[in-house]
Design a protein around this ligand. Structure first.
Ligand code: XMP
Length: 528
C-alpha cells in the first residue's frame, strides 16, 4: 500500500485492555487519526504510520510477572510524546528504570490489592495534560481499574496528581513529554477524560485536530486507485450500510471497473431488493448484478431446524452463489469488502485459549482465499458511526445511512424452526408494519435494531365469531452502541398494542403478538 497520503496520527499500543478501542475513539473525536496495534506488532505499525505521538493501553497482564508484554524500545528512542494509561504507565515506568510492585504487596486496599471503580484524585502540580482543564489543588473524579502500582518512578518523572489508592495517579516528565495515568481517561466514568486525551494529542503532540471524513475519503480514493490500477473489482452488496458505503467509495475511485453483486437469498426484508436496485442502478449508476437465488436457499433450508446448521448452510451457499457469479462476470482481480475496524483489530490473548463461539457469524469470510483475489477494504480503519459519516459525505441519504443493522443470514434466524417461503412472506409483512409504526412514531433513530420474529408455535384466537389457530409473532427492539450488549427499548403499552392490533388484522397467518423483554446478556439480539 502506498504511503504518500499518511495523515498525522497517533499510534495506540494495545496490551489487551477491554477498553483500548475507546482510546482510539476519543483520539479520533479530538480530530486526530489513530490506529491500534497489538504490542507484538507495534514496531511494524510505528514504521508504517510514522505517528506523531504514542499511547500505551491498559492490560489484564501484570508488569512484575514473567512474560508480561513490553513496548518496543524503538518507541522510547523515537523522541515522541508518550502517554501510558494504567498498565501503560507501569510498563513505561518499568522499561525506563522505575519500579512496579504487585497490588497484593502494596495493597492498602485489602487482600485483593489494587483499586477498582470510581476514585478521586487531587492535582498537585501543573501539567500540560491538564491545561485549561484542571488547576492545582482541585479534586476530580476518575475511573481506576488496576491491581499493580508504580512504587518508584523512573528518572525525570514527578507526581502531578495523586489519590488515596494511587499516590502516582498521574506522573509526568515534561522535558521528554512522557505522561502516565494510573486511571483510565478513555472511559465514560472519567468525566474529563476525553479532554485530557485531546490535550495530549493536540497540545502535547502538536496535532491540528483537523482530521475529517472528507480528508479520509480523498485519501482512500487515492489509495484505491493506486491499489487497483486498471484492474477489475467485484463487491458483494448486502443492502447494509457497510458494503454500500464501500461500494460507493470504490465507484468514486474507479468508476465502471467496479461491478456489484447482490444475492437475493429470499431472506430479505420487504422491498429490500428493490431499494438496493433503485439506489445503485438508479441513483449511482453502478453496474449491479442481482442474483435470484431464493429457490436454492429455500430448497437447502427445507426441513432444517437447527440454528447453527441453518447459519452454516446460508454462509456456505452464499459463497457458492457469489463465486459462480464472479466466474460468470469473469476477470475480476479484486474483491471488495465492507470490513470495519472492530473486525480487524487483532485481539491480544495472554491465555492462548479460544473464546467461546456463541453464533457463527455470516460474512464473506473464506471467499478471498478460495477465489484467489486480492482484497479491497476501504473501511478497515473505521468504526460504525464513522462509516455512517463517510456515507453522508458520499451523498447517501440519511434514511439509508441510519438503517438498523441486518444480519447476513437474514430472516432465517428470525424464524426459529423450519424456514419456508410462506413463513418468510408472513414475517416480511409483520416486520414491515412494525417498522412503519416505529418510523411514524419518530422512534426509529432512537433504536439500535427493531424487528419481528415468527415463532414455531400456534395458538388459539378468536376473530369475528370464528376460532383461529395461527402463528405467534414476536417483536423485539433494543438500544445498543455496538451490538455487544443491549437494553430492551421501553415502548409504551399503547404503542405495542397498536402494533399488535395492526399485525393481527393485516397479516394473514398471525393471530397473537408478544414483546421480547430480554436484554443482552443474557439474551442475544437475534433469536438464533
Ligand atoms: P446477536 O444476535 O449475536 O447479534 O446479539 C449482534 C449483532 O450482530 C448481528 N448479527 C449478524 N450480523 N451476520 C451479520 O452480519 C450474522 O451472521 C449475524 N448474526 C447476528 C445482529 O443483527 C446484531 O446487530
Amino acid at each position: 500500500m502506498q504511503t504518500d497520503h499518511l495523515p498525522d496520527s497517533i499510534l495506540i499500543v494495545d496490551f489487551g485492555s477491554q477498553v483500548t478501542q475507546l482510546i482510539a475513539r476519543r483520539v479520533r473525536e479530538a480530530g486526530v487519526y489513530s490506529e491500534i496495534a497489538p504490542f507484538s506488532m507495534a514496531e511494524e505499525a510505528f514504521k508504517r504510520m510514522r505517528p506523531k505521538g504514542i499511547i500505551l493501553s491498559g492490560s489484564p497482564a501484570s508488569v512484575p510477572e514473567d512474560g508480561s508484554p513490553r513496548a518496543p524500545d524503538i518507541l522510547f528512542e523515537s523522541g515522541l510524546p508518550i502517554l501510558g494509561i494504567c498498565y501503560g504507565q507501569q510498563v513505561m515506568t518499568h522499561q525506563l528504570g522505575g519500579e512496579v510492585r504487585p497490588g497484593h504487596e502494596t495493597g492498602a486496599e485489602g487482600n485483593r490489592g489494587g483499586e477498582f471503580g470510581r476514585a478521586f484524585l487531587t492535582v498537585t502540580k501543573e501539567c500540560a495534560l491538564f491545561d485549561g482543564l484542571w488547576q492545582v489543588g482541585e479534586r476530580h473524579q476518575v475511573w481506576m481499574s488496576h491491581g499493580d502500582k508504580v512504587t518508584q518512578f523512573a528518572d525525570g518523572f514527578e507526581i502531578v496528581a495523586t489519590s488515596d489508592g494511587a499516590p502516582f495517579a498521574v506522573i509526568a516528565d515534561e522535558a521528554r513529554k512522557y505522561y502516565g495515568t494510573q486511571f483510565h481517561p478513555e472511559v465514560y466514568h472519567t468525566p474529563d477524560g476525553a479532554k485530557l486525551l485531546a490535550n495530549f494529542v493536540r497540545h502535547v503532540c502538536g496535532l491540528a485536530g483537523d482530521w475529517t471524513m472528507a480528508a479520509y475519503r480523498d485519501t482512500k480514493i487515492a489509495e484505491i486507485r493506486a491499489q487497483v490500477g486498471d484492474g477489475k473489482v467485484i463487491c458483494g452488496l448486502s443492502g447494509g450500510v457497510d458494503s454500500s458505503v464501500a461500494a460507493i467509495l470504490i465507484h468514486e475511485a474507479i468508476g465502471a471497473q467496479l461491478t456489484c453483486v447482490f444475492v437475493d437469498h429470499g431472506l430479505l426484508r420487504q422491498n429490500e431488493r428493490e431499494q438496493v436496485e433503485a439506489m445503485f442502478r438508479g441513483a449511482y449508476n453502478i453496474p449491479l448484478v442481482v442474483v435470484d437465488a431464493e429457490d436454492r436457499f429455500m430448497a437447502g433450508l427445507a426441513g432444517e431446524t437447527d440454528p447453527e446448521k441453518k447459519r452454516k448452510f446460508i454462509g456456505g451457499e452464499f459463497i457458492a452463489v457469489f463465486e459462480e457469479e464472479a466466474n460468470r462476470i469473469g476477470g475480476a482481480d479484486f474483491l471488495a469488502q465492507g470490513t470495519l475496524y472492530p473486525d480487524v483489530i487483532e485481539s491480544v490473548s495472554f491465555t492462548g485459549g479460544p473464546s467461546v463461539t456463541i453464533k457463527s457469524h455470516h460474512n464473506v469470510g473464506g471467499l478471498p482465499e478460495r477465489m484467489n483475489m486480492e482484497l479491497v477494504e476501504p473501511l478497515r480503519e473505521l468504526f460504525k458511526d464513522e462509516v455512517r459519516a463517510l456515507g453522508r459525505e458520499l451523498g447517501l441519504p440519511d434514511m439509508f445511512v441510519g438503517r438498523h443493522p441486518f444480519p447476513g443470514p437474514g430472516l432465517a434466524i428470525r424464524i426459529p424452526g423450519e424456514v419456508t417461503k410462506e413463513r418468510c412472506d408472513i414475517l416480511r409483512k409483520a416486520d414491515a408494519i412494525y417498522l412503519e409504526e416505529i418510523r411514524n412514531a419518530g422512534l426509529y433513530d432512537a433504536i439500535w435494531q427493531a424487528f419481528a420474529v415468527l415463532l414455531p408455535v400456534k395458538t388459539v384466537g378468536v376473530m369475528g365469531d370464528a376460532r383461529t389457530y395461527d402463528n405467534v409473532c414476536g417483536l423485539r427492539a433494543v438500544t445498543s452502541t455496538d451490538g455487544m450488549t443491549a437494553d430492551v427499548y421501553p415502548f409504551d403499552a399503547a404503542f405495542l398494542t397498536g402494533c399488535a392490533t395492526r399485525i393481527v388484522n393485516e397479516v394473514q397467518g398471525v393471530n397473537r403478538v408478544v414483546y421480547d423483554y430480554t436484554s443482552k446478556p443474557p439474551g442475544t439480539i437475534e433469536w438464533e
